[in-house]
Design a protein around this ligand. Structure first.
Ligand code: ZN
Length: 288
């Protein structure tokens, strides 16, 4: 094959999961049912198995409440050699919190995860991509907490989230003229008709055919860039309970959940995947 193929094989992509219950979503009026009545444990078994079978390492952005309710699962993530990161305490939108509430929320989750596992939490991803332009300076709170990376920025424009003009590569964010001592690892986008769109996580991963996703990953890798895949435990299980939502939101949450586990297994077996922390280490940006 060509040298570009050989080069593309050397680029490791990043595999990430947001570890939460099926009912963690941010719509007004939603009430969270009790933990422990879901398929969470078996879906996590599935995800950890798919990682083992494809020899992939991943970052698990985990809620503090998941640490409280499923300590055994969080310990299993670390036992399998993955990167344990935080998704906040209870899936509250960052831009609906004050700076101090946000900082306290992230700290609470970090403390729970670290005390449970004895490992250092290095990274954060905001619930529902809720670091946007108006609360971009909240990244300073992550720096103050000693976190090493953030993966909350989606450089797209959607009706729910996104900073369409944000850089699309790993970088140190600048807040109020100061470069932060923290890496931003933005979600992967590809250009279609001059606009950034997601292709490798959540709804986009379920919606686009596998050949489209794989072509986009291949293209990124040929350019020396890593793609990020993100999914939730509920997305590998069509029989998991579902939130009652209007049509558009239902589509975003549940489109093709029946085909996702199989698609994920194939994508994981077609490319090399590693965690965000390991990716930063491979780039010489982080010493783990
Ligand atoms: Zn989430």
């Amino acid at each position: 094959m060509t040298t570009s193929t050989a080069a593309s094989n050397r680029v490791a992509n990043m595999l990430t999961f947001d570890i939460e219950e099926w009912f963690h979503a941010n719509y007004d009026g939603l009430e969270f049912p009790p933990y422990g009545t879901s398929h969470f444990r078996q879906n996590m078994d599935t995800i950890l198995r798919l990682c083992r079978e494809s020899n992939s390492k991943a970052t698990f952005f985990t809620l503090g409440t998941i640490g409280e309710h499923y300590p055994d699962v969080v310990k299993a993530i670390v036992r399998d050699g993955h990167d344990l990161a935080t998704h906040g305490y209870a899936h509250e939108l960052a831009y609906k919190q004050s700076y101090q509430e946000f900082k306290d929320d992230v700290k609470k989750s970090v403390d729970i995860l670290e005390q449970l596992t004895g490992t250092k939490v290095l990274g954060y991803r905001a619930p529902s991509w809720s670091i946007v332009e108006r609360n971009y300076h909240y990244l300073e709170a992550l720096e103050e907490l000693g976190l090493v990376y953030d993966a909350s920025i989606f450089p797209v424009k959607t009706f729910l989230y996104g900073i369409p003009t944000a850089p699309t590569e790993v970088h140190r964010p600048v807040v109020n003229g100061r470069t932060l001592n923290l890496f931003e690892v933005p979600m992967s986008v590809t250009q279609v008709a001059g606009r950034n769109i997601g292709y490798s996580g959540g709804f986009y991963f379920r919606f686009f055919p596998r050949f489209f996703i794989q072509n986009a990953i291949r293209k990124a890798n040929r350019e020396g860039k890593s793609s990020i895949v993100y999914l939730h435990p509920r997305e590998v299980d069509p029989t998991e309970q579902k939130i009652e939502l209007p049509f558009k939101e239902r589509l975003i949450h549940y489109y093709n959940v029946g085909g996702t586990q199989r698609k994920l297994a194939k994508v994981l077996n077609s490319f090399e995947f590693t965690s965000v922390a390991e990716h930063l280490a491979q780039k010489g940006l982080l010493h783990v």
